[in-house]
Write a protein of this length. Structure first.
Length: 358
């Protein structure tokens, strides 16, 4: 894992496709890039950027994916960042059509592109300007490589890409792959050069091509939908940015909890049911309680969740938003979706709104 006071680094995971996404930020300027985002995790990624106070300047895909839909267009719609992809992919919504040797700055830091075709004809790897780490997409994986039997793939071409563009990096350069199906997070160039069973240990072109041509893998399950969508940077066919819900301007925390602000609740109290999960003595304490609130202490919440009304959405409240966040998770586990946490709880309410009766 990367450890550098100048760099903010997060490795994110999609269980469905076993895809790794990456946030990379400059600690001084707070500018950041997002690599290989997944459409379904857009809100998670945006929440992380917001919580870490990072400004997204570019979203980078390593190639046109066949197993998931990219979140690139969503990220641009949400933040105004730019989309980068290999020029050969000819994506109509791409702002930075990249070729070998291009640079992508983020604050004081920079990534450089290395063309690594073979898995597809438009694969790129992104290398730190100090060659300390490399995002290899589906070209080089941990003890494996990408397949080469679709999207103009070439086993011989991938062998050349890895040998010339990736194995030429320093031994201690950290490998950050696009996928892993066995729970492995990182490797190094030196490890893969020595131990990768497909291309390491002095494997020849004949060895590598013979290996890949006899994998007998099933056709990618989502390729027919994913590739056309990813050529459009993940933009939905109707061009509509998805919303979290129609009943309130919700935001999602990195922990996955939907929240609303005290200001919105103050203006819309008649449109929701209020549940307070604090202890009884807290409701009469210095913070007070909102009028019309139903009191269910958190230790009784699981037992009473089935009795909660369904005619209006529910906002859950506590002192700071921590206990009420758990209550929201409990409701979500029952497949209830019209729920939200009061961000910051009664502490935030008193700070932004004033008295409990306001």
């Amino acid at each position: 894992m990367l450890r550098d006071e100048q760099i903010i680094f997060r490795q994110l995971f999609d269980r469905t496709s076993c895809t790794y996404s990456y946030v990379l930020g400059c600690a001084r300027t707070r500018e950041a890039v997002l690599i290989d985002p997944v459409f379904a995790h857009h809100q998670r990624d945006m929440a992380l950027l917001q919580e870490l106070e990072l400004k997204l300047v570019a979203v980078l895909d390593t190639h046109v994916h066949a197993d998931h839909i990219t979140g690139a267009w969503l990220a641009r719609e949400a933040t105004g960042c730019r989309i980068a992809l290999a020029k050969v992919a000819d994506g109509p919504l791409v702002d930075f059509p990249l070729v070998d040797g291009d640079s992508i700055p983020y604050g004081d830091r920079m990534l450089r592109t290395r063309a690594t075709p073979g898995h597809t004809n438009g694969c790129l790897s992104y290398v730190d300007n100090d060659a300390r780490f490399v995002f290899t997409g589906d070209a080089l994986m941990i003890r494996g490589t990408g397949r080469t039997d679709f999207q103009e793939g070439s086993a011989a071409g991938l062998y050349e890409s890895i040998q010339e563009q990736l194995f030429s990096l320093p031994d201690d350069c950290v490998v950050l792959p696009g996928h892993d199906y066995s729970g492995r997070a990182t490797s190094t160039i030196g490890e893969e050069r020595s131990f990768n069973p497909r291309i390491g240990g002095g494997a020849s072109t004949t060895d590598f091509v013979g290996h890949l041509e006899n994998l007998d893998l099933p056709h990618p399950q989502h390729i027919d939908a994913a590739v056309p969508a990813n050529l459009q940077s993940g933009r939905p066919p109707d061009g509509t940015y998805p919303t979290l819900g129609t009943w309130a301007p919700l935001t999602i925390t990195y922990a996955g909890i939907p929240e609303i602000t005290a200001q919105w609740l103050a203006a819309n109290r008649n449109r929701v049911h209020l549940i307070d999960v604090r202890e009884s003595n807290e409701l009469t304490g210095t913070l007070g309680a909102l009028s019309g609130v139903r009191h269910i202490p958190l230790d009784r919440f699981r037992d009473e969740v089935a009795s909660l009304p369904t005619d209006l959405p529910i906002v859950v409240i506590c002192r700071s938003g921590r206990r009420s966040g758990l209550a929201v998770k409990i409701m979500q586990s029952t497949h209830r979706t019209d729920v939200a946490n009061l961000r910051g709880g009664m502490l935030e309410w008193r700070k932004k709104i004033g008295s409990a009766k306001s």
